[in-house]
Design a protein around this ligand. Structure first.
Ligand code: TRP
Ligand code: SF4
Length: 400
């Protein structure tokens, strides 16, 4: 496991389709084996645009989680949770809002873009302006280092970095830093603590780098310490204090090349999708109805795959020999379009079959899904609470 911590969220505003699978979920499934991952349902974010129709969100939360699980996201590997069930996100959002300049939010490109794009809704709200800052809170509260997102979200990660930098600059190291560091050292046992303090002196007074490395290694291997304590101790040993909020990196997910049934990008708004739970019959029906090269009117007209959306699906799903068969057969009118679509139907059916089965099993057992999410929420909340303790302390708010 790397020292990276991954976090990403998805708004529950509609059925998931193959585009989500190829663009996002496949990547999550891979990442969960590489680093600790936090994936969450951004239901509050969905409310910023759907505040008049909250039932849309309610209906989609569980279906979306079921689709994640069906796609292979593993709740034993990744922490899955629902944003509104970790209210600490709202507290951090509020605290960050105190010192975030209005201009930073007004300048985020998605603010004006989305207002124009969703012109049928009134998005001149306080919540919508704060959308990217709530997202910053989502990320910073887990001290995530990597945030897998699409290109459009990069300005939000940039904002998050600026917000973290401003916070750390303004509130600096936490109060009682030394006392807390020593408390953490005590948790390592008397013997190790003495050794650690000796190494620290050796480094800070004599500049002995090897002593520093040894001390940091001791801290890193301390099983009895949580992440916050380990950071504190590392900062105590090297003299740098403790960074309260961590600046994350955007981890660009490759733009999904998943073409829809009409050759445009697969997207709900184009109504050209195949859902992750599409039945085999429906897959066949929808692919058979796909438009093909418009020049190929009759069976013995030759066609051009470059002008055909079906070819784009072959590019995603077919091996070289099948692709050659299409190229050759299409251009020479050797194969018919229905024949050409058959391997695509088979590949998609094969890909979705295990997902549909898993989704059915989860859908039939809502209690199980709720239990899985309750556990995830609890794990997430413990991490979020640890950060909030540090944040409150840094801001002088721990007079409770
Ligand atoms: N804004 C993101 C989207 O529309 C969803 C989201 C909310 C998110 N909070 C996040 C993504 C935190 C990554 C990290 O796709
Ligand atoms: Fe498209 Fe295949 Fe028909 Fe050619 S044969 S037009 S690639 S569906």
């Amino acid at each position: 496991m790397s020292s990276e911590r991954v976090l990403s969220g998805m708004r529950p505003t509609g059925l998931l389709h193959l585009g989500h699978y190829h663009g996002v979920l496949k990547n999550w499934v891979k990442l969960q084996h590489e680093s600790p991952c936090f994936f969450f349902v951004a239901d509050w974010h969905a409310l910023t645009t759907h505040y008049e129709t909250p039932e849309v969100i309610e209906n989609n939360v569980w279906d979306m989680v079921i689709d994640w699980l069906a796609a292979g996201v593993d709740p034993d590997k990744a922490t899955l949770f629902i944003q509104s069930r970790v209210p600490e996100h709202a507290e951090l959002h509020l605290l960050l809002s105190m010192n975030t300049p209005l201009g930073w939010l007004e300048r985020v490109p998605t603010y004006k873009d989305q207002q124009d794009k969703l012109a049928d809704r009134d998005l001149a709200t306080y919540g919508f302006l704060g959308y990217p800052l709530l997202q910053s809170a989502d990320i910073l509260i887990y001290r995530a280092t990597q945030v897998p997102v699409g290109e459009d979200q990069v300005p939000h990660i940039e904002l998050t970095r600026e917000v973290a930098r401003r916070f750390n600059h303004m509130y600096g190291r936490e109060r009682d830093f030394e006392a807390k560091a020593l408390e953490a050292a005590k948790k390592m046992g008397n013997k190790v603590m003495k050794q650690l303090l000796a190494l620290r002196t050796q480094f800070q007074e004599k500049g002995d780098r090897a002593a520093l490395d040894e001390a940091l290694a001791l801290v890193a291997s301390a099983q009895s310490l949580g992440k916050a304590d380990r950071e504190r101790l590392s900062g105590y040993v090297d003299g740098g204090g403790k960074t309260i909020l961590v600046e994350p990196q955007a981890k660009l997910t490759e733009a999904s090349k998943m073409p829809g049934l009409d050759g445009q990008k697969m997207s709900k708004s184009y109504q050209n999708t195949l859902s992750l739970r599409e039945t085999p019959d429906n897959i066949a029906l929808k692919v058979r109805k796909m438009p093909t090269d418009p020049q190929r009117v009759r069976r013995n007209d030759p066609g051009d795959p470059d002008k055909c959306p079906v070819w784009q699906l072959h590019e995603v799903y077919s091996d070289d020999s099948t692709k050659q068969w299409v190229q050759q057969g299409c251009r020479s009118a050797g194969i018919g379009c229905l024949e050409c679509k058959e391997p695509v139907i088979q590949s998609i059916t094969r890909e979705l079959e295990p997902m549909r089965e898993r989704a059915q099993a989860y859908a039939a057992d809502p209690e199980l899904v709720r239990k899985v999410m309750a556990q995830g929420c609890e794990r997430a909340r413990a991490v979020a609470q640890e950060t909030m303790t540090d944040v409150r302390q840094a801001m002088g708010l721990n007079y409770r």
